[in-house]
Design a protein around this ligand. Structure first.
Ligand code: SF4
Length: 396
């Protein structure tokens, strides 16, 4: 990448990166100071109903742990050594006072680790709001949809009791529109990656997407639109790379330098499940709803158009179909499985996904990481060998 001062996209990327790496959450504190009485609500990956939070006048902030920016001093003592890293760094953020400006947290039902983390948060911070968001695994609107809309109504009521605005359909419609616009901007960014990956590296798109977890949808849309316009001004040439889909990193995120290492190893990452929450709903959320209740629209979007991922039930016969479709849609040459160490959902799903790829003749490789992994040489060599073999023989 060229120097930020020469790079048309340098300034917007620098802003996004600074936001992502600020473990003091200075902008969140500034927002809180400028909006007294309004609530900052954090949420864990993968998916949280951000438009609902925005409609209630809250600032939703995605917490993806501390990455490689945070030294863990107390967080390790809360968890066993054989579980993933993100709960330790999240606890570290909280007990070190970095999340003091947060009024509450949502813990979506990804896995047992997040459930335990939610319980721990409740014990450590009894005065703060805390909700376990039980995302439905029944995809019938009359059953799972009804349950999920009730959950959303419960959370809205609890937040209103703590000072958030009351649930209002017109404000919810505006928030859904903002979210749909953000989604369209993300799709435009993804299209640039798929069609011209040399204009924007996956590591850059990742930073731009991740910044969106730390701002309102409308501001993020403006950032993404500017980025797409700026990268198109770049004078960049195609690389002699293989096109890969990276999958398995939907919760704990890999360090940015690991993504860069994959790129340096000859991979154009044309699709991935980093920051899946912002892309979880495929297509738009209905802005109108015959029932008149837009909570039903949020529920229907999750049920009917939620992305396939390990924490969402997928029938045995369909497992792997979405990944194969993704490979086809973005014309990928292969798949890289990159799961957080000890991530049960990702690692339990992986053999089924590998079987589907194997049956379809799609080459793949796999490795594990922790968000604070500091050594990338082995992964870089492995990815380099994979990309070379795909280039030479079309299979690893
Ligand atoms: S990284 Fe995996 S195991 Fe850890 S909290 Fe996230 S989904 Fe659960």
């Amino acid at each position: 990448m060229s120097h930020p001062h020469d790079d048309p996209a340098g300034a917007v990327l620098a802003r996004a990166r600074a936001l992502c790496e600020d473990m003091t959450f200075a902008e969140v504190r500034a927002w809180k100071g400028a909006n007294p009485g309004r609530l900052v609500i954090g949420h864990m990956p993968i998916y949280s109903p951000r438009p609902l939070l925005e409609a209630l006048g809250c600032l939703p902030i995605a917490i993806h742990g501390g990455g490689d920016q945070l030294e863990i001093i107390r967080g390790d003592s809360y968890f066993q050594s054989y579980i993933c890293h993100i709960p330790r760094s999240t606890i570290e953020l909280a007990v070190s006072g970095r999340l003091d400006a947060f009024d509450g947290m949502l813990f979506p039902s990804i896995c047992d680790v997040i459930r335990n983390l939610g319980g721990m948060w409740q014990m450590l911070f009894p005065e703060k709001y805390s909700a376990y968001l039980d995302l439905p695994q029944n995809f019938d609107m009359a059953v799972g949809g009804r349950f999920y809309a009730q959950e959303l109504r419960r959370i809205a009521g609890e937040l209103t009791a703590r000072g958030a605005s009351a649930l209002d359909q017109a404000r919810l419609r505006d928030a859904i529109r903002d979210e749909n616009a953000r989604r369209a901007a993300l799709r435009a960014l993804d299209e640039v990656r798929v069609e011209t990956p040399w204009l924007i590296r996956a590591s850059e798109a990742y930073v731009a997407a991740r910044a969106g977890g730390l701002m309102l949808a409308r501001e993020h849309t403006a950032l993404l639109q500017e980025l797409v316009a700026r990268v198109k001004e770049r004078d960049a040439q195609p690389y002699d790379n293989v096109r890969v889909v990276v999958t398995g990193s939907f919760c704990e995120q890999p360090p940015l330098d690991l993504i860069v290492a994959l790129e340096k190893a000859g991979c154009d990452i044309v699709d991935d499940d980093f920051m899946l929450g912002l892309r979880m709903i495929e297509g738009d959320i209905d802005e109108e709803r015959p029932s008149g209740d837009l909570l039903d629209a949020l529920a229907a979007a999750y049920l009917e158009r939620g992305a396939a991922t390990a924490s969402r039930y997928i029938g045995a016969g369909e497992n792997g179909a979405a990944l194969l479709q993704k490979v086809k849609d973005c014309r990928a040459d292969g798949v890289v499985f990159a799961a957080a160490s000890f991530c049960d959902p990702a690692l339990l799903d992986q053999p089924m996904l590998e079987a589907a790829l194997g049956a379809a003749g799609v080459p793949f490789t796999s490795f594990k990481f922790a968000e604070n992994t500091g050594q990338f040489q082995v992964i870089r060599e492995q990815a380099g060998a994979f990309s070379d073999s795909v280039k030479l023989w079309g299979a690893a």
